[in-house]
Design a binder for this molecule. Structure first.
Ligand SMILES: NC(=O)c1ccc[n+]([C@@H]2O[C@H](COP(=O)([O-])OP(=O)(O)OC[C@H]3O[C@@H](n4cnc5c(N)ncnc54)[C@H](O)[C@@H]3O)[C@@H](O)[C@H]2O)c1
Length: 325
């Protein structure tokens, strides 16, 4: 008897600035394997527009359907997406594959999870998908570090070339497109910004990457090299550099850019596995850009232990146009 595959429906992401999606290559592989795949047309709104063209999905054999049509798909299909759904309350009658962002106690996790049993459906959370060796199948830490460091360098350069003018929203980057179509395009833009800043400083910036041996740290270090920093400009620290020393670490503020990439686990209040930078008043301060790809906006640690500030100069999530001090 022929195996019955469920229909797969790729939804248009509903999180602002989430231009990523499953690539046409992945969708093509599903079609090739015998799945019937429908793909929602990309939103035309610049904050949501998908990085891949609709025609690329058509080209690999998927059928295009209306944007946002997934709630009306007949039960039995699998709804595919990357990021979490908008906060709504209707029961979910199809199984979903996505990063659900609820198993670490993120805000509203009960409501999110409650929607599945109410509709008789299942959440397959990509974050917890492991291979036979217990390793995560889908981790994007390398590119979180790469993109986070790119924004850090860009913001550092902006501070020098546009004193007292907040860096504009990412929505306006890349000539108003709001995203970069490729790694090379992003690197080229950051290099341009850096060249303008270096014209003023007459030197390359230096950077300290904390957690440099991890996925996020390796991505951050690679970006720094791609935009022109030399090995001697990049101080790579990992556990060996901090395990025998308690902070504060003066070195952090002696670098222009500090990229924090360590894992922050849940720990007893009052302690931290994260190195602490020294007080700005105690020594000459050079660091002007703290970049923390590790702190996703939904950071559980920040929410549960707001008193534990991994980088003591930062106490809250800030928008680009807000100054921390
Ligand atoms: N913002 C995002 O989109 C995003 C994406 C992926 C990961 N992350 C976060 O980034 C962090 C790092 O993730 P990862 O996948 O690179 O983890 P990882 O385990 O691969 O790397 C973390 C590194 O930090 C080092 N480290 C831990 N404690 C340290 C200390 N006290 N001093 C110096 N080094 C220390 C570890 O030795 C390790 O090399 C996590 O908190 C993760 O949740 C964020």
């Amino acid at each position: 008897m022929a195996l019955q595959f469920p229909r797969v429906h790729l939804r248009q992401e509903q999180k602002a600035f989430e231009h990523r999606s499953f690539s046409p290559k992945v969708i093509g592989a599903l079609v090739e394997a015998g799945y019937q795949v429908t793909v929602e047309r990309s939103s035309l709104d610049g904050s949501y527009k998908r990085i891949f063209e609709d025609s690329e999905y058509q080209g690999v054999g998927a059928e295009l359907v209306d944007t946002g049509s997934w709630p009306a798909v007949a039960p039995g299909a699998v709804i595919l997406g990357l990021k979490d759904l908008p906060r709504e309350n209707f029961a979910l009658s199809n199984d979903h594959v996505m990063f659900g962002h609820c198993y670490k106690g993120q805000d509203g996790w009960q409501e999110v999870l409650g929607r599945f049993p109410r509709g008789g459906s299942v959440l397959y959370d990509i974050e917890f998908l492991l291979d036979e060796h217990g390793r995560r199948v889908s981790a994007f830490g390398y590119f979180a570090g790469f993109a986070g460091a790119a924004l850090g360098v860009h913001a550092w350069a902006w501070q020098l070339t546009h004193p007292d003018e907040p860096m504009p929203s990412i929505r306006t980057h890349n000539g108003g497109r709001g995203y970069y179509r490729s790694e090379d395009e992003l690197v080229a833009a950051v290099k341009l910004a850096l060249a303008d800043a270096e014209n003023l400083t007459r030197r390359r910036p230096n950077a300290l990457v904390m957690g440099a041996l991890g996925r996020v740290g390796r991505g951050a270090s690679d970006l720094l090299k791609r935009v022109g920093l030399k090995d001697e400009d990049i101080t790579r620290w990992d556990i060996n550099e901090t395990k025998d020393r308690h902070g504060p670490y003066e070195e952090i503020i002696k670098h222009d850019i500090f990229v924090n990439c360590v894992s922050l686990f849940i720990f007893p209040a009052g302690s931290s596995n994260t190195p602490r930078s020294s007080s700005r008043t105690r020594s000459r301060r050079s660091s002007t850009m703290t970049c923390s790809p590790k702190l996703a906006a939904s950071s559980v640690s920040l929410r549960i232990f707001p008193a534990i500030r991994p980088i003591p100069t930062v106490s809250a999530m800030l928008a680009w146009n807000q100054k921390p001090f």
